[in-house]
Write a protein that binds this ligand. Structure first.
Ligand code: UT7
Length: 336
């Protein structure tokens, strides 16, 4: 059995910056409300005329990650792409990446675990590398949220939070079992599926054929719904549990954490976790202030920025943790 490790990171965000004040011009909201409740000051929303998509942003991030990994694109054995906002309902964007990178017909897997998507994707890649089935895996998390949210006052509790962007990592085999990804921990609790969800297009309770037949412009099935307070309360509990689970699995204590990269859901959640684990400002990386919540892209974007800013060094214990729709949650413990 091998370990896996991250050898290349990259991210991409659209150029278009949307500040809280910009939002207050199109809906009833204020910079004060958004900053106080979420910590967000601005986010990137792709301009429709730029024709950016989850795939195109993911591709940019992937190219940077591959370049920094020192590998040739043809050495990539497998692709894992996490997103809740694919370009097409099907197929997922993994195959678009395979085609655009012009690499041989390697497998491409799409992961649908929303805010936990990147953590799940890393876990999947880690298992393939551990068994020796694949050596080098490209893992991407990308989201185009801005084209799928209600930007009127009706949708403000969702739309002010979410942003567009992409992050990617190249993972490879590590022969030293004390280094790299030490363990990953995944959970779900499907009874809360509809507390944070977009119903359509779905084939279950709300048929697309019915939605089309009804042709009702007030139908919100295609819009994301979030029971914010309920999600918040569950998030703080599950984040803590899954970080503790990861530490315990490796005989580590909270004092051993050098860097925690939490999914950027809400600065208040990250601050709660920071306090609970008695971490300093230098030990928790947040960039939600600049990008909002970019769902599956948030951890790889934050990880890339933390690494670019030299906040992660060889030998550091780095913890990734996420919670989101499903509910799903998870953690990754890394010896960098
Ligand atoms: O990434 C996946 C996981 N997601 C999360 O972890 C998100 C967790 N939840 C949250 O971050 C918070 O619940 C929110 C930031 C989404 C909302 O904060 P809240 O303190 O729970 O606010 P609320 O939803 O209870 O709304 C409070 C009030 C309401 O008005 P009334 O009913 O008290 O009159 C809302 O209508 O704030 C109103 N409101 C807004 N006001 C100004 C909701 N959105 C806005 C807005 N601007 N954008």
């Amino acid at each position: 059995m091998y370990n896996s490790k991250i050898i290349g990171l990259g991210h991409y965000v659209p150029e278009n910056v949307v500040t809280n004040d910009d939002l207050s011009k199109i809906m009833e909201t204020t910079d004060e409300w958004i900053t106080e409740r979420t910590g967000i000051k601005e986010r990137r929303w792709a301009k429709p005329e730029d024709k950016e998509t989850t795939f195109t942003m993911g591709l940019q991030a992937a190219k940077r990650a591959i370049e920094r990994s020192g590998l040739d694109k043809d050495e990539i054995d497998f692709i894992v792409f996490a997103t809740l906002s694919p370009d097409y309902y099907f197929p997922g964007p993994g195959v678009q990446i395979q085609e655009a990178l012009d690499i041989k017909t390697v497998g491409a897997l799409d992961v649908r675990n929303q805010c936990s998507g990147f953590v799940y994707a890393v876990s999947v890649a880690d298992q393939f590398i551990k068994t020796g089935m694949y050596k080098n895996i490209l893992v991407i998390g990308a989201e185009l949220q801005s084209h799928g949210i209600d930007k009127s006052t009706r949708g403000r509790s969702i739309s002010v939070i979410f942003g567009d962007g992409a992050g990617a990592a190249v993972m490879t085999r590590e022969e030293d079992n004390t280094k790299g990804i030490l363990s990953t921990h995944l959970h779900s609790e499907g009874k809360h599926a509809l507390e944070l969800a977009t119903e359509a297009p779905g084939m279950g309770t709300r048929w697309v054929t019915d939605i089309l037949k009804e042709n009702d412009p007030t139908d919100l099935s295609y819009m994301p719904y979030m029971n914010g307070t309920f999600v918040f309360k569950n998030a703080v509990v599950r984040f803590s549990q899954v970080i503790l689970e990861g530490l315990a699995a490796n005989g580590l204590e909270k004092e051993d954490i050098d860097m925690l990269i939490p999914h950027q859901a809400n600065l208040r959640i990250a601050q709660f976790i920071q306090k609970k684990f008695e971490l300093s400002d230098d030990q928790v990386f947040n960039n939600i202030q600049k990008y909002g919540n970019t769902t599956a892209a948030s951890i790889p974007i934050a990880l890339t920025e933390a690494w670019e800013q030299d906040k992660i060094k060889e030998g550091d214990t780095v913890v990734l943790a996420a919670f989101g729709s499903g509910f799903t949650w998870g953690s990754v413990i890394i010896k960098w």
